[in-house]
Design a protein around this ligand. Structure first.
Ligand code: HEC
Ligand code: CU
Length: 339
């Protein structure tokens, strides 16, 4: 059992392995982790070594008759030892501080205006929202709102501004940077950068309620053409279907209360005042995962199961009345048009 637990740490291509950084900030952290790890190993070996040595050397061997020995003389106040074991740990901590402090400043540096892609991140039970303000330098001429998947250009500094709408969450994409808490009523910042195009997985790293473990995320890093294509796609408003099953679904989206919580730009722009924060669905089908990235959007059954029972994700804030299978078919046909 113990070896099972230990070996579980040995996966060779674990998607969230922070010891395999794939961007400059994660690498900075890894470069700090390595020396501190070896300092900790040295302290462990010395301290455990002295303990084991003492246990063996001065163990109770019993007297000739096999009875326990008498208590040995107790020693206190060896000044040289006391000074030694005060100064040595202080020096060890000083070395660690010298290594750590510059990293703290580096990771909290504010990029110069226009240098980094700006993204406003919202943590909500139990999903992440991303809001890209207008930034012509990055091709964004009109703000973009999306959820779950954070799209970025590879090789580009990204500056996040994080807020929470409910409880404390923590944003963590381990291969791209460490964790940053997201606290209600406060604004936090964090930096990300991916060396290469790819998909990097992450998750909420602060217990935030029943579905905390289901609050995952993906960072999708694009090459230059992929980024342009994504931005262009996100800036097109979907066309509301006028006929067929999709048009029925479009009408149901309002009749069944979906539009009270979810924005679809160009069609359903206002949500009810008392609605919980809910993912923007304008480009739902541009994503691969949904509901905190725990379900596959390319699997029709997953989305249908979600509409049948959004509480399959424990504690989900999506509360709806029961839908018939016909409703679900029509809603699916409509949602599918939101590319
Ligand atoms: C009371 C508000 C509310 C209503 C009404 C509602 N939803 Fe949701 N919906 C949410 C919330 C909150 C989430 C995110 C749940 C999570 O991930 O924990 C969500 C998630 C979703 C998602 C996944 C989106 C993503 O990117 O993660 C889809 C699709 C969806 N809802 C469709 C619908 C449809 C269709 C209806 C109408 C039948 C509907 N919703 C009604 C609040 C609502
Ligand atoms: Cu969370």
């Amino acid at each position: 059992m113990a070896s099972l637990v230990v070996l579980a740490g040995c996966a060779s291509d674990a998607p969230q392995d922070m010891l395999e950084p794939e961007g400059p900030y994660a690498r900075t952290l890894d470069n700090l982790f390595n020396p501190i790890f070896w300092v900790a190993v040295a302290v462990f070996v010395v301290v455990e070594g002295v303990i084991v040595y003492s246990i063996v050397k001065w163990r109770d061997r019993g007297d000739a008759d096999g009875d326990a020995e008498e208590m040995p003389a107790q020693l206190h106040g060896n000044t040289r030892l006391e000074i030694g074991w005060t100064i040595v740990p202080a020096l060890v901590l000083a070395v660690i501080a010298v290594l750590t402090v510059p990293v703290i400043f580096e990771l909290n540096a504010e990029p110069a205006a226009g240098e980094a892609l700006e993204v406003d991140v919202t943590g909500a039970q139990f999903w992440w929202g991303y809001d890209y303000p207008t930034q012509p330098d990055f091709g964004i001429t009109e703000g973009i709102v999306t959820a779950n998947e954070l799209h970025i250009p590879a090789g580009q500094q990204v500056h996040l501004t994080l807020e929470s709408v409910d409880v404390i969450h923590s944003f963590w994409a381990p291969k791209l940077n460490g964790k940053r808490d997201v606290v209600p009523g406060r604004t936090h910042h964090w930096l990300l950068e991916a060396d290469e195009p790819g998909v990097y997985s992450g998750q909420c790293a602060e217990f935030c309620g029943l579905s905390h473990a289901n609050m995952r995320l993906k960072v999708v890093a694009h090459d230059a053409t992929g980024w342009e294509a994504w931005v262009e796609d996100m800036q097109q408003e979907p066309v509301a279907p006028v006929s067929g099953l999709a048009a029925e679904g479009f009408a149901l989206f309002q009749q069944r209360g979906c539009s009270g919580c979810h924005v679809v730009e160009g069609a359903y722009n206002e949500v009810a005042d008392d609605s919980p924060p809910s993912p923007n669905l304008t480009h739902l089908f541009s994503r691969d995962c949904f509901a905190g990235c725990i379900y596959d959007l390319n699997d029709r059954n997953e989305l249908e199961a979600w509409l049948r029972d959004p509480q399959r994700k424990a504690g989900s804030k999506m509360v709806i009345g029961e839908l018939t299978e016909a409703d679900i078919d029509a809603l699916y046909a409509y949602l599918e048009t939101l590319e």
